[in-house]
Design a protein around this ligand. Sequence first.
Ligand code: PRP
Length: 218
Amino acid sequence: MSKDDKFLTFALTKGRLADKTLNLLESIGITCEEMKDKDSRKLIFVNEEQKLKFFLSKGPDVPTYVEYGAADIGVVGKDTLLEEGRRAYEVLDLGFGKCRMCVCGYPEAKELLERKDMIRVASKYPVIAKDYFYNRRHQTVDIIKLNGSVELGPIVGLSDVIVDIVETGSTLKENGLTVLEEICPLSARMIVNQVSMQMESKRINGIISKLKDALNKQ
Ligand code: PRP
């Protein structure tokens, strides 16, 4: 196989991010018709003409595929990048999937934070939570890993606060909870395998600069 025949492989995060990513890629002429068939059970989609392959995976697996070179390029939320801590170049903020990582809880929990009490923190993001409390707030806490519906933590008395994603804020509001502190802003990012970035720099940089132009025009 000549160098020109090499396929570039994209790992995309399943769900909302994937749809937005495909729309953005389409705006720069990168298409994958096969992927639009929602009933398909296929796992890998190929655009023979453009020498591109695409697959969908759960968010936390995207940086893993990219670090090991099973995918050259990945699209994933900044939350997942921070949590997984994988080796890859973060090359572009795609501007969608915007939300915030926050410490949330009942309004009364603010006092526990101010006093730097030894509190319980429930989160789907234990690495982010630990880094925030230990390294930024210098507060010793007990971190409890949950896998979803994290807002239940304070409601059922499992934890004093939670570290979670806030997008519209409606989940918090409907449950009497509030943002107590903001940790960082989040959005979808494009990441690139470190070897691919060297070996396929022309093609990959071409894609990055077209995406930058498309994002600037939005
Ligand atoms: C996320 C997050 C919050 C909610 C925030 O949960 O964990 O629960 O969305 O969105 P909002 O501010 O717009 O209400 P997701 O829907 O991904 O499900 P999960 O709770 O099972 O993680």
